[in-house]
Design a protein around this ligand. Structure first.
Ligand SMILES: Cc1ncc(COP(=O)(O)O)c(C=O)c1O
Length: 456
C-alpha cells in the first residue's frame, strides 16, 4: 500500500454540489478517446497532442443538419473555416455536404486548394481586397457585402468584368443579444441597409440575391434567432417588392453553442445550454410564419463551434506541481494558452488518465510558458496529481487550431481518429526550421562563430 500523507479538511456544511457527487471525492477518469488508449496516442505522437474524433465530427454534423433538413426543404450548411481550417477537418465536413464559409482571401484560397469550386464558397468578412473580390466574382462565389465601400468596389469589379454581379449583403440588427455585433454589415433599424439596397438598385451593377447576418457566437437564446429570421424575411419581402430583386437565400450565420462552459457562469453546460432542436424549431417556425406562401428561399447556416468543438480534445502531461504562497495547489502542464487560446473564455472539462488517491482540492493549472497569463484553469477540484499524469482537456475543437499562437514553444502534433479506429497525423508538430522559414537575417547581422584559440 502506497503511503498517503494525512490531510486535515475543514468540515463545511452545504458542501454537497447540487448537481450531484461529493466534490471531495469525485473523479473524472478517461483512459481512451474513441477506444484508442491515451497511453498509445501519447506514445506514438507525443504530448501535448490535439486529438480529433472523426466519428463525433460526422455525427454532430449529421445530427444538426438533420434537425433543419427535417423541418425545411432547402438547407445548406457553410463550414465556418475560421473555426477550424485544418485541411482534414474541412475535408470531412465537405464530404458530409457542407460548402465553405470564408472570411478572408487566405481562407478563400484554402477552400479552392481543397477542391471547393467558387460557387460553393460563401465569402464573408469586412476585408475583401479588390483582387480577392474580382477572383470571387469571376468564380461565382456567394459574396456577402459588408459595407458601402465594398459596394463601390464590387461595382468597379462589375465594370471591369463587364457583367452584373450577383451578391448578398450582411445585415446587423437588434435581436436582444448584447453586445450587438453592429460593426459588421448594414444596420437594419436605422435604415442603413435600405439605403444600401437603393444604391445597388440605382447603379444597376449588383444584383442583390441574398441576405446574411451573424448575431454572435455561443448564443444561449433560441428566441434571438426567431427575431433574426423574422427581421431578415421581412426585409427580404420589402426589398423584393420595392426594388424587384429576388432574394434566393437567407443566411442566418452561426453561433449555436457547443457543450462548453463559459467562464463566470454557474450552471453546468448540460443545464445551461438549450437543446439544438429548440433552435431548429424556433428558426424554421419563424421562417414559416414570415415567408410568402410557396416561397422557400435557401436557408443557409454557418455553424462552427456547435459542429467541431466536442470533436476535439487536448492531451497534456503534468510536468510539475507547486504550492503557491496562498496555499493553493498548482500544476504545470505542457500545453498552455499558446495551444488553448479559448481558455481565456471557456472553462474546460478536465479528466485524468488514471485512478488517483487522496482528497480533491482546488487546483490551478498553468501551461509551460514563462508568462503570467498562461493559465489553463484558475481552479478545479482535483486529486493530488503525480508527475506524468495525462490530463484530457475538452472540448477544444473550435477556434484553438486557428487562433493558436506560435509563441515560446513548438506547436504540437494534431491527429484524427478515423471511424474504424486508425489514427492519422493531420498536422505535424513544428520544427525550428518551420518557425524561421520566412525570416531573413541580413548578412551584416550574421554572427561569426569564432574558432577556439589554441590555448582555450
Ligand atoms: C460570419 C460568421 N459566420 C459563422 C461564424 C461561426 O460562428 P460559431 O462558431 O459561433 O458558430 C462566425 C464566427 O464568428 C462568423 O463571424
Amino acid at each position: 500500500m502506497k503511503y498517503e500523507k494525512p490531510v486535515i479538511t475543514k468540515l463545511q456544511s452545504g458542501m454537497m454540489n447540487k448537481f450531484g457527487s461529493s466534490p471531495l471525492y469525485a473523479r473524472k477518469i478517461r483512459t481512451e478517446i474513441d477506444s484508442v488508449p491515451i497511453a498509445e496516442l501519447v506514445g506514438k505522437f507525443g504530448s501535448p497532442l490535439y486529438v480529433f474524433s472523426e466519428q463525433k465530427l460526422r455525427n454532430r454534423y449529421r445530427e444538426l443538419y438533420g434537425l433543419f433538413q427535417n423541418r425545411y426543404p432547402q438547407v445548406t450548411f457553410g463550414w465556418s473555416y475560421k473555426t477550424n481550417y485544418l485541411q482534414a477537418i474541412c475535408a470531412v465536413l465537405h464530404q458530409e455536404g457542407a460548402i465553405a464559409e470564408v472570411v478572408s482571401e487566405m481562407e478563400y484560397d484554402k477552400a479552392r486548394k481543397l477542391g471547393i469550386p467558387g460557387n460553393q464558397i460563401i465569402f464573408n468578412g469586412p476585408h475583401k481586397s479588390m483582387p480577392a473580390l474580382e477572383k470571387a466574382a469571376k468564380e461565382g462565389a456567394k459574396i456577402n457585402i459588408d459595407h458601402m465601400d465594398e459596394i463601390f468596389d464590387l461595382e468597379k469589379v462589375s465594370d471591369k468584368l463587364k457583367k452584373k454581379i450577383k451578391a448578398g449583403m450582411r445585415l446587423n440588427m437588434d435581436t436582444g443579444i448584447h453586445p450587438q455585433w453592429s460593426r459588421f454589415g448594414f444596420n437594419l433599424e436605422s435604415g442603413q441597409a435600405l439605403d444600401a439596397v437603393k444604391r445597388m438598385a440605382g447603379a444597376g451593377k449588383i444584383v442583390l440575391n441574398g441576405l446574411h447576418c451573424h448575431i454572435g457566437t455561443y448564443i444561449l437564446e433560441p428566441d434571438a434567432y426567431a427575431v433574426e429570421v423574422e427581421k431578415m424575411v421581412q426585409f427580404a419581402n420589402e426589398v423584393e417588392e420595392q426594388f424587384g430583386f429576388n432574394i434566393e437565400y437567407i443566411d442566418i450565420g452561426g453561433g449555436l453553442p457547443s457543450q462548453s462552459k463559459l467562464k463566470g457562469t454557474y450552471l453546468p453546460p448540460e443545464v445551461a445550454i438549450p437543446s439544438l432542436d429548440s433552435y431548429a424549431e424556433k428558426i424554421t417556425d419563424a421562417l414559416y410564419r414570415n415567408l410568402k406562401p410557396g416561397d422557400f428561399p435557401e436557408l443557409i447556416l454557418e455553424n462552427g463551434r456547435a459542429i467541431v468543438d466536442e470533436a476535439g480534445s487536448m492531451i497534456t502531461t503534468l510536468f510539475a506541481s507547486k504550492r503557491l504562497p496562498d496555499g493553493r495547489r498548482a500544476y504545470i502542464t505542457d500545453a498552455g494558452v499558446n495551444n488553448l487560446f479559448t481558455s481565456f473564455w471557456y472553462k474546460f472539462n478536465i479528466e485524468v488518465d488514471r485512478e488517483l488517491s487522496g482528497l480533491n482540492e482546488p487546483s490551478i493549472i498553468y501551461g509551460p510558458l514563462c508568462m503570467n497569463i498562461d493559465v489553463i484553469d484558475e481552479g478545479s477540484l482535483l486529486p493530488p496529481l503525480e508527475r506524468g499524469t495525462r490530463l484530457i482537456i475538452s472540448p477544444i475543437g473550435a477556434y484553438n487550431n486557428t487562433q493558436w499562437m506560435q509563441f515560446i514553444e513548438y506547436r504540437p502534433n494534431v491527429v484524427l481518429i478515423s471511424e474504424n479506429g486508425t489514427v492519422d497525423l493531420i498536422r505535424v508538430s513544428e520544427s525550428l526550421e518551420d518557425i524561421e522559414r520566412n525570416e531573413r537575417l541580413p548578412g551584416r547581422l550574421i554572427i561569426e562563430v569564432k574558432k577556439p584559440e589554441k590555448n582555450d
